[in-house]
Design a protein around this ligand. Structure first.
Ligand SMILES: C[S@@+](CC[C@H](N)C(=O)[O-])C[C@H]1O[C@@H](n2cnc3c(N)ncnc32)[C@H](O)[C@@H]1O
Length: 299
């Protein structure tokens, strides 16, 4: 990305991480029913995201190993995982320097000695050969424009047998929803979602690219190319687990906060959306827009 685009992304995320309500409205996975829906698709049971990641990292690394986590923001997830795996060392990087400074102070104050966070641009990584046992991308890789360099740096920085674990939005780049997403999204907004949950939008619109570039030029910049570029990079893709959300995301983005997890009428609406999305995925009308990706560096 151009330097001014990096600067805009940085300013956007400094503000976004400081405003808790941004996440609440924007991130559909903040709702426990959506978390449960994703977990049931990925694991067939209710497993917390961080519990599953902790198990995966423990299995794929050894005591003393280093784990890199890119675009970590305030590293809230990494704080939990680092505490659960005190004999592994975690290094987080993010471009938002204010967020990194604050996170560093909080991590030190909390006594989490095996987690450091640094300012760094994941588009321009330069990793030491074979340094890391694992690279994590948690809602991260979809912010990267230079995917080819990122995957090559993963190949370089991972030791042989090391793993990349990413949990990502892999849907249409810059949220330019497909015709099917618009058609089906509009239909379920009419037929399933009551007006009280349509405070932000009553129909599905593609977000104008200019406004995305103005706000956060890193958002979903090449998300649709993540899987293909990873496959082409020479890393061995060992798992891609789709967790859907290609109907949910356009319908519920910025509206999820209107669903009270303790209100079973609201949960019923969500359940009907889950069933509808699954039907459309099975029929091939929609693709998975979120996925867990695991890739390994071969010999
Ligand atoms: C959606 S947030 C995810 C934060 C964290 N991984 C999480 O799951 O809570 C995306 C983060 O990517 C960071 N980011 C965007 N572009 C980046 C880049 N080129 N290099 C490093 N971080 C970047 C932003 O500053 C922001 O903190």
């Amino acid at each position: 990305m151009e330097p001014d685009a990096i600067e805009r992304a940085k300013v956007f995320w400094e503000g976004a991480h400081a405003a808790a309500e941004h996440e609440l409205h924007d991130n559909i996975f903040r709702h426990p029913m959506v978390q449960a829906y994703a977990s049931l698709q990925a694991y067939g049971s209710l497993v917390g995201q961080l519990d599953a990641l902790t198990v995966a990292i423990r299995e794929r690394t050894r005591p003393g190993d280093e784990i890199l986590t890119v675009c970590c923001g305030p590293a809230l997830k990494e704080r939990v995982i680092a505490r659960a795996l005190p004999d592994r060392r975690f290094v987080g990087i993010d471009i938002a320097d204010g967020v990194v400074t604050k996170a560093s102070a909080e991590i030190a104050a909390a006594g989490i000695a095996n987690l450091t966070v640094e300012v760094g641009d994941a588009n321009h990584l330069q990793l030491r050969q074979d340094r890391f046992a694992c690279v994590l991308g948690l809602g991260a890789v979809h912010h990267l424009q230079n995917l080819e360099n990122f995957w090559q740096q993963c190949r370089r920085g991972l030791r042989v047998g090391g793993s990349l674990i990413a949990e990502e939005y892999v849907g249409p780049s810059r949220f330019q929803w497909t015709e099917a997403q618009i058609h089906e999204g509009d239909r379920v907004l009419r037929e399933i979602v009551p007006a009280e949950h349509q405070g932000h939008h009553t129909s599905i619109r593609r977000i104008p690219i200019e406004s995305m570039l103005r706000a956060d030029p890193s958002e979903a910049v090449r998300s649709a190319e993540i899987l293909a570029t990873c496959r082409a990079s020479g890393l061995t893709v060992t798992a891609v687990v789709g967790v859907g959300c290609s109907l949910l995301q356009p319908v519920l983005m910025h509206q999820i906060a209107s669903f009270d997890p303790r209100n079973w009428d609201h949960n019923l609406v969500l359940s009907r959306l889950f069933a509808e999305e699954q039907r459309l995925l099975r029929a091939g009308v929609l693709d998975h827009d979120f996925a867990i990706l695991v890739a390994v560096k071969g010999s």
